[in-house]
Design a protein around this ligand. Structure first.
Ligand SMILES: *[C@@H]1O[C@H](CO)[C@@H](O)[C@H](O)[C@H]1NC(C)=O
Ligand SMILES: *[C@@H]1O[C@H](CO)[C@@H](O)[C@H](O)[C@H]1NC(C)=O
Length: 656
């Protein structure tokens, strides 16, 4: 404890220093103050610029869908007849040098591939040349131009696009809007025959400031791969996009695509609200929610519809392949797998052992959770099970919530191996979240509505969520009422029957939390986040956010990480993580023990003690480093000695 300084502690220590120090600190504080003011101004100004006057709300405020709260601007199917001349309203707010002009004739002649490889290169280079020459544009440009805005077109194009979208938009622009994906299904899939009377599907694609090429490639991909007789419509739902190319240009483009409708929300709804709006307007019997940057494999739709038709409470997902965010290369995902979540309520695709599923490569696999990337669900079942939780903000964890709910309230979920859809990965998964709190607030809803007593396990591993929860309570009244009225089962049932592989930690006081080392002031840490096994444990500054949580349980295991399924193990004298052995019954011989008096953590099979080594400075000679060769940061097993580097305690950060 005594080596861990709070902010206040730092300040106090520094103030007691001699004068020049104080002057320096004063300057520093003034600088920080000035920066804060500048940031504040920036935020205020930014709000003014970005938020339309009709919706002054901040993005992270709760959104609720409902008929009174959206307004349809354009719905091409409802339109009497599209104006043949496409009288375009000028996009006066756009900077002239950001505009690209695509002659309308070209678009009209080949509406399915307006920006082919060659064309987009030409368009981009024209725009660069013209913006460099700063030729003022005349309003009456020949051929009634359709204006396509490519935002942020600069010389450092790759960088700016990457920054804007989280993927390499320049590469995407160069790839045709219609491209096929290589055949990747198991040969047995090609033999499958489907019922003649499959239900019809509405593919709901919500988008917010999606890039032109990725959005339209998604739409064309659905149109090209879904059989006409099963595809009721593609329903595009604009979740208050700001980018110019998603406004009238998109409306015009969509109005010429058969079977595609576009509706727009006047408020930012987030994924949950946006998809609920789409569901309310959908005409198909089955809803297929799809992210706005996907590419479908041929034959993807029928296997999904077949499984839903057989059982209307079944919610299904295709295998989600990956499109590389840098190269737009298609990468197949390994089968078999299923969707799971950990105690931080983060979602993962988990690869399953091949042997178990070898004899049935085309059999669906039940999945405790599904990602929201592509999700097919019967429209009536979706409504009766309560749609998406309208209390979910922007995006994040809403798919985990609906997963728990579907299972608990009478449905089921599975991944269908004969259906494949590729999804564009993003440079950084949280790229578009304006605010870390959004994710936590959504997870808090899951914890409070569904986890019951198990929610404490979550809060201990996500301390930010715990503090948010302490300062504000989510309004979950309606959802709890829904849970009761649907007669949903509890989380214990879910863990026992649907997801028994999720180990339930004991989290005993003073035997769980951050494993803090007195000698180094650091905590036990795992360098590569979740998942892999066999990698050496390390130490790092204590994070305080709960992601260094581990526990020494009554079976003598030290379980690490949000899945609690990897255990401390010894590899010669290094401490590594390996999958924990099933601990019941009978418990294996205990491996670890903590001696409360000395703080030593003993590895019982070898009677060695856990020691933290920090690769820094020459302060390690007293422990006889000459025997060890090069020092290396990490956790080691050493002969037991009374030394602060062998002194540990578990620190529980919060008491939920
Ligand atoms: C796709 O595969 C290539 C080569 O096999 C690899 O270099 C790349 O990292 C992969 N991309 C993703 C997103 O997995
Ligand atoms: C919570 O929501 C319900 C219905 O949505 C509403 O009736 C109730 O007043 C809300 N409670 C609070 C504390 O805001």
């Amino acid at each position: 404890m005594y080596t861990r300084l709070s902010y206040l502690g730092v300040t106090m220590v520094l103030w007691s220093r001699p004068r020049p120090y104080r002057r320096m600190m004063l300057c520093l504080w003034l600088l920080i103050l000035a920066l804060s003011v500048a940031t504040l101004m920036d935020i205020l100004f930014w709000d003014k610029l970005q938020t339309p006057p009709s919706s002054p709300r901040r993005l992270d405020q709760p959104v609720r869908s409902g008929p009174a709260e959206f307004e349809v601007i354009l719905d091409s199917r409802d339109r009497a007849k599209p104006d043949p001349d496409f009288g375009l309203t000028p996009l006066s707010s756009l900077q002239e040098d950001q505009l690209l002009f695509v002659p309308l004739n070209q678009m009209r002649n080949s509406p399915f591939s307006p920006l082919s490889t060659e064309r987009s290169r030409e368009v981009i280079s024209n725009a660069k040349r013209e913006s460099a020459a700063r030729v003022p544009r005349t309003p009456g440009y020949t051929g009634r131009p359709v204006r396509v805005q490519l935002d942020g077109l600069k010389s450092d194009m790759d960088e700016s696009f990457l920054h804007k979208y989280g993927f390499n938009e320049v590469v995407s622009e160069r790839i045709p809007l219609r491209r096929g994906l290589p055949e990747n299904r198991d040969p047995a899939c090609l033999e499958e025959r489907f019922s003649e009377s499959l239900p019809s599907a509405t593919v709901v694609i919500c988008f917010h400031d999606e890039a032109w090429s990725t959005l339209l490639r998604t739409v064309h991909s659905v149109l090209d791969t879904a059989p006409k007789e099963h595809l009721q419509e593609v329903l595009l739902v604009d979740d208050l996009s700001q980018h110019g190319h998603l406004k009238s240009v998109l409306s015009e483009y969509v109005s010429r695509l058969k079977g595609v409708r576009l509706i727009r929300s006047m408020r930012r709804l987030g994924v949950a609200g946006c998809r609920s709006l789409g569901a309310a307007r959908a005409a198909g019997e089955v809803l297929v929610f799809m992210d706005s940057h996907c590419e479908c494999h041929s034959g993807w739709l029928q296997p999904l519809l077949e499984r839903v038709a057989q059982d209307r409470t079944r919610v299904v997902s295709p295998i989600i392949d990956i499109i590389d965010w840098q190269t737009f290369q298609y990468n197949a995902t390994q089968w078999p797998h299923r969707g799971v979540f950990d105690w931080r309520l983060d979602f993962y695709w988990e690869t399953l052992s091949l042997q178990k599923h070898q004899d049935s490569p085309v059999e669906p696999i039940q999945s405790p959770a599904l990602a929201g990337t592509v999700l097919a669900i019967d429209r009536h079942f979706f409504q009766s099970v309560g749609g998406y939780d309208p209390g979910m903000l922007l995006w994040g964890a809403e798919h985990t919530e609906i997963s728990i709910r579907v299972w608990s309230c009478g449905g089921s979920m599975e991944v269908i191996p004969c259906s494949r859809v590729a999804h564009l990965g993003h440079h950084h998964p949280h790229f578009l979240l304006p605010d870390q709190d959004v994710m936590q607030k959504n997870k808090i809803r899951i914890a409070e509505i569904w986890l019951e007593a198990y929610r404490k396990i979550y809060y201990r591993r996500d301390t930010l969520a715990h503090f948010i929860r302490q300062s504000e309570s989510p309004n979950i009244t309606e959802r709890v009422t829904l849970k009761k009225s649907l007669g949903c089962r509890n989380f214990h049932w879910f863990l026992t029957n649907i997801y028994p592989e999720l180990h339930v930690p004991q989290d005993r006081p003073s035997l769980s939390g951050e494993l803090y080392n007195v000698g180094t002031g650091y905590c036990a840490d795992y360098p590569r986040g979740q998942g892999q096994e066999g990698v050496a444990m390390s130490i790092a500054p204590c994070s305080g956010n709960g992601n260094q949580h581990c526990e020494l349980n009554s079976f003598g295991e030290v379980r690490w990480g949000p899945f609690a399924r990897l255990c401390f193990d010894a590899l010669v004298e290094k401490v590594v993580l390996t999958p924990c052995l099933p601990n019941q019954p009978p418990p294996n011989k205990p491996q670890w023990r903590i001696i409360k008096l000395t703080g030593q953590v003993v590895y019982l099979p070898k009677q060695r003690c856990l020691e933290a080594v920090k690769d820094k400075g020459g302060d390690q000679t007293d422990m006889g480093d000459q025997h060890r060769g090069a020092t290396q940061t990490g956790l080691f097993l050493r002969p037991c000695a009374h030394h602060p580097r062998q002194q540990w305690h578990f620190e529980q950060l919060v008491v939920p």
